[in-house]
Design a protein around this ligand. Structure first.
Ligand SMILES: Nc1nc2c(c(=O)[nH]1)N[C@H]1C(S)=C(S)[C@@H](COP(=O)(O)O)O[C@H]1N2
Ligand SMILES: [Mo]
Length: 562
């Protein structure tokens, strides 16, 4: 047998020190060569991989032009995944999707390091780190905003550090074995010194990696800090502009336990749904950020945050919804937005709204894009470059420092967060992020309604109970909401629709709360809701999936009265 220190065959034959030697002729205390125990080789590979990833995390902070290798690979995974799967996983996993993906990438990288450390020769492990480096460099360089040379440099450094940590740990883990491949206890090869060095070096490496990893998790970015500073200055100074409207959270008579509040709170806890493709929310420093308006304009204009925030801001309560919201889902929110009417800025750039067949195409700092027909910005609906949400600077998650809000359009065609460019282009020449992924080019929000109380599956006592929920059809407005209750064992019966009482929305651009009191008699029931908008359109019972242009169908809940 060979005693190549790197072959797994040898390592697997290393037995416990007390086991009997299969070779009775050789002196069991005579060292014939060093080997690395399998577990040590595994740890060397794993820590090498961890060190490589840590380099990426550490340098991510150094410049805007480089990015975390883990995040870069995650973005690559998302981009390589069919849009329908991305959309479905957003639905299924919600905001857990991204931490899960990033954690998955780290775990897989560490596992590969561990297995390679055990199974492969040293040279192959080193080659594998180089391979990882190439993947990381490509993943990072292709992202918008990163610099190719910097991406290559970061990935190369990560690979080199990984290899050095791996080789050093591997070397320090060498143990003397006898001819039978059994580790000789307490013998030469300065074992004690090597073990101490191994512990010191391995401990230092693991500690550094842990510190880098931990500091990454709890870190606040430039956007978060700038936003905090804005809030602090605002609270230190007497209000110069009118405070954001304080809207009663619930319309009179609608304080039902479990009913969606009229305004979706964003603090202290953010209840407003979050949808975007960003693995890590862009951290935009408003002091260096600019917004450019270009394309089919008379003059290109570039705004700074100060230019924008020092203007007279307008305010509007607008309901925003995601096209992937399923019937009864919660990818819908209502907020008070403050900002600048988009048409004001378009006028300054000299946009001609009468040019047919054009779109307002916008791009975020992280390269996400969308577009909607130019004429919609001029038809009277709220179309705003929003800087504030519910009286606060936009939260980082919702697009700080600025985003678009267009009443009546799904977010995927209109609501660009972390916006940095608005281009007026013709309608045909360019498509937004979600179009090639199976979603329709135009995205008007469909009329929808939802039952919030009672929750499906609830048990209630006989007597008067209240149904409550919300309905929306921005910018058309809700005319009526009706509820029907069917016996569970006769759910095909013709529904008898009962008109609900509506709260009073501030405008047709927001959802409206509704309520219906019903005399509950014992049994198993299915309650349905449907809305009719002010154009006279009534929701259809036929279920339609969210893709490509929004879900349809009645929301239903099951209740038991006992
Ligand atoms: N930069 C950027 N803006 C974006 C998106 C995105 O992925 N990236 N997603 C859009 C979609 S699909 C929706 S539904 C809304 C959601 O906005 P919210 O997360 O503030 O609720 O943002 C829109 N703006
Ligand atoms: Mo969306």
């Amino acid at each position: 047998m060979t005693l190549d220190a790197d072959t797994s065959a040898v390592q697997q034959e290393i037995r416990d020190e007390s086991s009997t030697s299969s070779n009775d002729h050789a002196d069991p205390r005579q060292p014939v060569g060093p080997v690395v125990p399998a577990a040590s080789a595994g740890w060397a590979g794993l820590l090498g991989a961890a060190a490589a990833l840590a380099v990426g995390e550490l340098l991510d902070r150094a410049s805007d032009q480089v990015t975390s290798l883990v995040v870069a690979v995650g973005e690559g995974v998302i981009d390589a995944t069919p849009g329908s799967v991305v959309a479905r996983s957003i639905n299924l996993l919600g905001s857990l999707q991204k931490p899960l993906l990033l954690t998955g990438i780290v775990v897989v990288a560490l596992l590969i390091g561990w297995v390679a450390g055990i199974r492969l020769r040293r040279r192959s492990v080193a080659a594998m780190f180089v391979g990882f480096g190439i993947v990381g460099a490509v993943a990072s360089a292709r992202l918008p905003g990163t610099n190719v040379a910097a991406s290559i440099a970061v990935a190369a450094l990560a690979a080199v550090v990984g290899i050095v940590i791996y080789l050093t740990l591997h070397h320090l883990s060498k143990r003397p074995v006898n001819a039978a491949g059994v580790i000789i206890p307490g013998t030469a090869l300065s074992q004690a010194t090597d073990r101490r060095r191994l512990l010191a070096f391995g401990g230092a490496a693991a500690g550094t990696i842990a510190v880098v990893g931990a500091s990454r998790v709890g870190r606040t970015g430039a956007g978060e800090r700038a936003r905090d500073a804005l809030i602090e200055t605002a609270s230190a100074q007497p209000a110069t502009s009118a405070p954001a409207t304080t809207v009663a959270p619930t319309a009179a008579g609608f304080d039902l336990e479990g009913l969606t509040p009229r305004i979706t709170p964003i603090s202290p806890q953010d209840d407003f749904y979050l949808i975007d493709t960003a693995l890590v929310k862009p951290q935009v420093d408003p002091n260096t950020w600019t917004l450019t308006i270009d394309g089919m304009v008379d003059r290109e204009v570039i705004y700074t945050y100060d230019d924008l925030v020092s203007r007279d801001l307008v305010e509007a309560e607008v309901t925003l919804s995601c096209v992937s919201n399923p019937v009864g889902g919660d990818l819908v929110g209502n907020a008070v937005w403050r900002g600048i009417p988009l048409t004001t800025l378009l006028d300054e750039a000299g946009v001609d709204p009468t040019t047919p067949g054009t779109q307002i195409f916008s791009r975020s700092v992280d390269g996400w894009t969308c577009g909607f027909p130019t004429e919609l910005a001029y038809d009277g609906r709220t179309t705003m470059l929003a800087l504030e949400m519910n009286g606060e600077p936009l939260p980082v998650d919702h697009g700080f420092p600025a985003r678009l809000v267009v009443a009546g359009l799904y977010g995927y065609v209109s609501a660009t967060k972390w916006i940095e460019r608005i281009s007026i282009t013709d309608w045909e020449s360019v498509d937004g992020f979600w179009m090639p992924r199976g979603w329709s080019k135009e995205g008007p929000i469909k009329t929808q309604s939802r039952i919030d109380v009672p929750r499906s599956g609830a048990q209630v006592a006989p007597g008067s109970i209240a149904f409550g929920g919300i309905a929306w059809s921005p910018t058309i407005g809700i005319d009526t909401v009706e509820v029907a209750v069917l016996a569970s064992d006769n759910s095909d019966a013709e529904p008898e629709w009962m008109p609900a009482t509506l709260g009073d929305p501030t405008s047709d651009e927001t959802w409206v709360q509704w309520r219906l009191d019903w005399d509950a008699t014992p049994g198993s029931w299915i309650a349905l809701v449907r809305a009719t908008d002010k154009s006279g359109f009534t929701q259809s019972p036929i279920p339609v999936a969210p893709a490509p242009d929004g879900a349809e169908g009645y929301h239903a809940v099951n209740i038991t009265v006992a």
